[in-house]
Design a protein around this ligand. Structure first.
Ligand code: DC
Length: 252
């Protein structure tokens, strides 16, 4: 039996809408070294595209904060597993649109950015049990697509099927300058040498650990931010995303 014209038109329009909406939802995976602007760029690109931004570094920092608070011994598998069971991490957006990291219902956004966390986080994030738990949570968060997720293993482990993979890097000296300025803003006064040392140490641990080390996957597009402004970085990611989406629409 033939359906009324209005119903058929409605159905067609709904299908078109579904298809269009679906096509627009891609996963953007941004990996790279510490302090090269990944988070700010990912945040800006997500806002521009109307996507959700997920800061996976904040998740590892929140775990580190919890482990330090509870004096968890990193070499005690049982303690680590139990602590991971007790941890619930969420991101909540405030009235100004800023995302905050919550650990078991309490904001830890400021605390997790401090240097004592930065000094310990690479060690904690190198633990297999920690990574397995975080990766499982990150996959859940990205199920519906329409996300920009930044970290170290997003394109390689968390979402190897991501439609757009970006690897960001920058000169270590410039990264250390940026980090020092960031820390200073938060009241952490550190010498340039100490900040540079911390960055180099983290780069080394992040890239040489046996569990999902930081790697530049073959299908990632590289952005060197050494001499780029934040706006330029965001524009570049959005242009790349537009290209991927246009290509997907073309194919359909
Ligand atoms: O991006 P960030 O500096 O906030 O990350 C903090 C630490 O967490 C960093 O030293 C490496 C680790 N990390 C990781 O191992 N895997 C991720 N996906 C994100 C961060």
């Amino acid at each position: 039996m033939r359906q009324p014209l209005l119903f058929r038109l409605f159905l067609r329009f709904s299908l078109f809408l579904c298809k269009y909406t679906f096509m627009q939802n891609i996963i953007i995976a941004i990996d790279g070294h510490s302090s090269c602007g990944k988070s700010s760029t990912a945040k800006g690109a997500a806002a521009h595209l109307g996507y959700t931004y997920i800061d996976t570094g904040a998740m590892y920092r929140a775990v580190t904060f919890y482990f330090l608070e509870k004096h968890i011994s990193l070499s005690n598998d049982k303690e680590v597993a139990q602590a991971l069971d007790e941890i619930n991490i969420e991101f909540r957006t405030d009235s100004k649109g800023k995302s905050h990291t919550y650990l078991n219902g309490k904001s830890v956004e400021n605390e997790i950015r401090k240097l004592y966390i930065a000094n310990k986080v690479s060690e904690v994030s190198a633990l297999a049990a920690v990574r397995h738990e975080m990766v499982a949570q990150q996959r859940k968060m990205g199920k519906k697509k329409g996300i920009v997720m930044d970290g170290r293993d997003i394109g390689s482990v968390v979402f190897p099927e991501a439609e757009l993979k970006i690897f960001m890097t920058a000169d270590p000296l410039i990264r250390a300058q940026r980090r020092q300025a960031e820390l200073m803003e938060k009241g952490d006064l550190m010498s340039f040498e100490d900040v540079l040392e911390n960055l180099k140490k983290r780069d080394h641990i992040d890239s040489t650990r046996s569990e999902s080390p930081l790697v530049q996957v073959a299908d990632a597009q590289i952005i060197d931010t050494s001499y780029m402004t934040l706006d330029e970085q965001i524009d570049m990611v959005c242009i790349m995303a537009d290209q991927v989406m246009a290509h997907k629409l073309d194919k359909n």
